[in-house]
Write a protein that binds this ligand. Structure first.
Ligand SMILES: Cc1cc2nc3c(=O)[nH]c(=O)nc-3n(C[C@H](O)[C@H](O)[C@H](O)COP(=O)(O)OP(=O)(O)OC[C@H]3O[C@@H](n4cnc5c(N)ncnc54)[C@H](O)[C@@H]3O)c2cc1C
Length: 371
């Protein structure tokens, strides 16, 4: 079978793949997604769904510009996907309280308020305990106060993956439920992908394998420094009032989601590719939840999930052509913010494949050769 340079094979069926596939398909590329399990069945389908461009690794430097680009695109994409597919990804503006209990945490939060206030479009302020409890009466009276962030967003990750996939399918994107096992090449050209049984020809290959991207280092002879970082979330049924906003403390969060359940997380575990839930994680998350919201001690556990974030060595995404190859690309490393960053990662990759360079703000920080 002959392939054209507009035939793109994407290895992996997470959000990065589905969104990139949608953009490519819409612009006339013939796209095939190879997914070993089922689309969205790993981190992309089970993330918390917070979209906060101001906090976390890489912020404010070097990724503030990129994060704001991604956030802005979420706001338009949610509508666009609904028009295309009828699927509501559940995008909403959701205020957040980042609680501070210790003096050092108060100092840190206040310092963050100083730079966050300079970012247009977000209202951020320090609130004392009384104000925090007025905003959300269930937060712990032990806290000293909170960084109050207005208008970051949230969405429902599984619906987001599904909507991106369905939108792509309208433009001919196909999914093959097959595991890729390697690459076929002629010199610096990748001409296809080997499968568990068989092969598929390709004009362009994109590795969007999430935390498994490191495995492709051996396929292409270039180090892709990405490993899995396990995270667990619990979903609870509580008789208390729904939380009015999202509440955070250090790396932990809790919110009442549109399904009516209270979602709380999370863990950061180096556990290889193990995706099993553990009772130790459940107890740890529950303890952190009760530190934030003490009144939820009678909440009933409904579900516990575990999945793997793709974490690069410096915690930032990798979106680039693979060094030394003509037509092999990689997009991974979203870490704890891969749902937020997926819009920018997908758009940057689409532009790299289509025109060899990208205009997405801040995407110059995502190059593979920085390692
Ligand atoms: C507990 C938790 C909470 C999170 N919360 C948030 C949040 O609130 N906000 C946020 O922005 N981000 C969040 N994230 C991060 C986000 O979920 C990830 O960064 C993002 O989903 C990664 O997407 P991906 O498409 O790169 O990878 P994945 O979703 O892992 O998809 C990769 C896919 O590739 C497939 N694959 C791998 N190897 C092969 C192969 N050889 N052949 C075929 N297919 C293959 C896999 O089966 C998988 O389906 C969270 C993550 C976790 C774990």
């Amino acid at each position: 079978m002959t392939t054209s340079s507009r035939d793109v094979v994407i290895v992996g069926g997470g959000i990065v793949s589905c969104l990139t596939g949608y953009l490519l398909g819409r612009n006339g590329f013939k796209v095939t997604i190879l997914e070993a399990d089922s689309v969205g069945s790993h981190a992309s389908g089970f993330a918390f769904g917070g979209l906060d461009p101001l906090t976390g690794v890489g912020l404010p430097e070097p990724l503030l510009e990129f994060s704001l680009w991604c956030y802005g695109r979420h706001r338009t994409l949610a509508r666009e996907l609904q028009e295309q597919t009828g699927i509501d990804v559940g995008f909403e503006l959701r205020d957040r309280l980042h609680l501070a209990f210790e003096d050092e945490e108060v100092r840190e939060d206040k310092a963050n308020v100083d730079w966050m206030r300079t970012v247009g479009g977000f209202n951020v302020e320090w609130v004392d305990r009384e104000q925090a409890m007025k905003l959300e009466p269930q937060v712990s009276p032990e806290c000293q106060g909170a960084l109050y962030e207005q208008s970051p967003g949230a969405l429902e990750p599984y619906r987001f993956v599904l909507a991106a996939l369905r939108a792509g399918e309208r433009y001919g994107v196909e999914v093959l439920q097959r595991r890729a096992t390697g690459l076929i090449s002629e010199g610096a050209r990748c001409t296809g992908v080997t499968l568990e049984n068989g092969k598929i020809d390709a004009g362009v290959v994109l590795l969007a394998m999430g935390p498994w991207a490191g495995e492709a280092s051996a396929w292409c002879g270039v180090d892709i420094p990405v490993t899995p970082l396990k995270g667990q979330i619990i979903r609870l049924r509580s008789e208390t009032n729904p939380l009015a906003l999202a509440v955070n403390y250090k790396g932990n969060y809790v919110a009442t989601k549109p399904d009516g359940l209270v979602w709380a997380g999370t863990t950061e575990e180096v556990a290889g590719f193990d995706e099993n839930t553990t009772s130790a994680a459940r107890d740890g998350i529950m303890a952190d939840l009760l530190k934030m919201i003490p009144g939820m001690d009678d909440a009933e556990l409904v579900q516990q999930t575990a999945c793997l974030r793709p974490l690069s060595t410096d915690g930032l995404p990798i979106v680039d052509k693979v060094t030394g190859w003509d037509n092999l690309f990689v997009s991974t490393g979203g870490g704890r913010k891969g749902i937020l960053w997926s819009t920018g990662m997908a758009h940057a990759m689409f532009e790299l494949i289509q025109q060899g360079q990208t205009e997405v703000s801040g995407a110059e920080h995502l190059r593979l050769d920085r390692f």
